[in-house]
Design a protein around this ligand. Sequence first.
Ligand code: ATP
Ligand code: MG
Length: 350
Amino acid sequence: MATLLLLPGDGIGPEVCAQVRRVAAALTPDLKVDEALYGGASYDTHGTPLTDEVREQALASDAVLMGAVGGPKWADAPRHLRPEAGLLNLRKAMDVFANLRPAYCFEALAGASSLKPELVSGLDIMFVRELVGGVYFGQPRGIEDLADGQKKGFDTQVYTTSEIERVGRVAFELARGRTNKVHSAEKSNVMESGLLWKQVITELHAREYPDVQLEHILADNCAMQLVRAPKQFDVIVTDNLFGDILSDAAAMLTGSLGMLPSAALGAPGKPGLYEPIHGSAPDIAGKGLANPLAAILSFEMALRWSLKQTEAADALLAAVKAALDNGARTRDLGGSLTTTQMGDAVLAAL
Ligand code: ATP
Ligand code: MG
């Protein structure tokens, strides 16, 4: 029996994960759904955002689905014990190096977007962001005192050939199932790691994926093009830092933060880590206002990529579309449904 580990976390995390539980019970009754404390909730109980037990439980499961972590309550916790540190540690432990972040616009919402409908209608971008390397993890890093009384803060961006190759491979494979087009974004004009990135992607493409259309793009130009003409993109592969920024910008093309899921994948056969891209949203936590669709769509990605239940994933995606077509809207989408009522709408469509 396949196992999904739910880590509801903090803020609206538990609220949106409760809807995932309901959907899983209806759609995949054979799936074993476990639950554990994580993030600030774990810090409050165990003094750490990620216990060894939960890390082992995650590694032993088939997929992990997180709600959200963090909030003002833990802002003063020591840096290495903050909820966000638990997130980075879990990603590292699971070695989920490829972060899949779709930016697509549901047709029912295209007209309601704060952006021009012609710009976003039919938008379907898949970011493949490197997730466990680069400047977020590179050594040395730190804040040091200088002789003149100043301080210096520094980080190191490092990528190796194999780190670039494995994430590049995920992007090219994905492209084959889509429109066969990959943009690789870096800053090879000013960064050595960017130059290596470009070289490795070029060689991998020539060697294994000559059938895929590859274009190199400077990350700053990519940002501009995403705002100017986003529909020119299909798959965009990029490093950890640029991927963080570019995918957040693209997310807003789709209207609401409450709509978008993400997946983080490791080596084939290893569990993937799934999470809505929104944060813990402390401003609306506990009020039943959160849109659960990002979490529900994260479950859809888990079904597709880790649990290999493609039919169930297709059915769930269709149910979300149907619910939106039927007018189901939480407050972030301009409606008045509660979190549970949006769950009801998806279940009814299922
Ligand atoms: P984090 O640092 O954890 O990523 P953040 O500061 O980026 O957090 P979010 O927690 O994602 O921000 O919230 C940003 C805004 O979007 C808030 O006003 C929040 O209420 C809203 N929001 C986020 N997620 C949802 C959701 N699922 N449904 C409705 N509104 C949401
Ligand atoms: Mg955020």
